[in-house]
Design a protein around this ligand. Sequence first.
Ligand code: HPA
Length: 243
Amino acid sequence: MTKVAVIGGTGLNDLGAAAEPLGNLQTPYGPASALPQRLQFGDQAVLFLARHGQPHQIAPHDINYRANLWLLAQFGVRRILAVNAVGGIAADLGPGALAVPDQLIDYTWGRASSFSGPDQLLHVDFTEPFTPELRHALIAGAAQAGIALTDGGTYACTQGPRLETAAEINRLERDGCSLVGMTAMPEAALARELGLDYASLCLVVNPAAGRGSGPITESSMRAVMAAGMQQARSVLQEAVRRL
Ligand code: HPA
């Protein structure tokens, strides 16, 4: 059984290897974003799930995070390496930077964010939202691949899909956040509820609002994405070898 999964975000809709789609999308929580794909990644078998669907069409606040996580767990997945495109708040996290955050703050609202229900109330410990062992695999993987990566940082998860105002980014910075994205929550918390290990590899695709020299454009994000995600693939491949 394949124990490691990669959840790909914006800019990472495949891992660059031939993939076999599995099963069907339906879960007790509704349809998942896409069929998980089994593929050989380096010398390891992994499952890949496209968070925004294939093709990319589901906005961050509309993603069925519960279905995605539940489906991966059904396939025997125990560990998840998530890839997230983010904005950089900290001055040293400019476009193209890779980071493995060690904390997060959840600013989302209205998302189905727990497997708790009338039969089962879950109060999972979330002191450390990202699994240290997986974080270390990503950090060691980057070192092995010769790719610079920032170890640590606090990921602010905003609701989107719009980007933030400059004042909102100032507030996130005052809160101690160095990265801002829209998809790590409730994904990380749901993984914890299911007992799955989870870590995030973030690619900075733009300076956060008010931190760059002008408006944030999709074309400028895309320009960073292609090369950055190729680096992310190399980091993932080395990380997966360590798991
Ligand atoms: N803010 C929120 N999410 C993002 C950003 C951003 O600036 N860039 C990529 N995802």
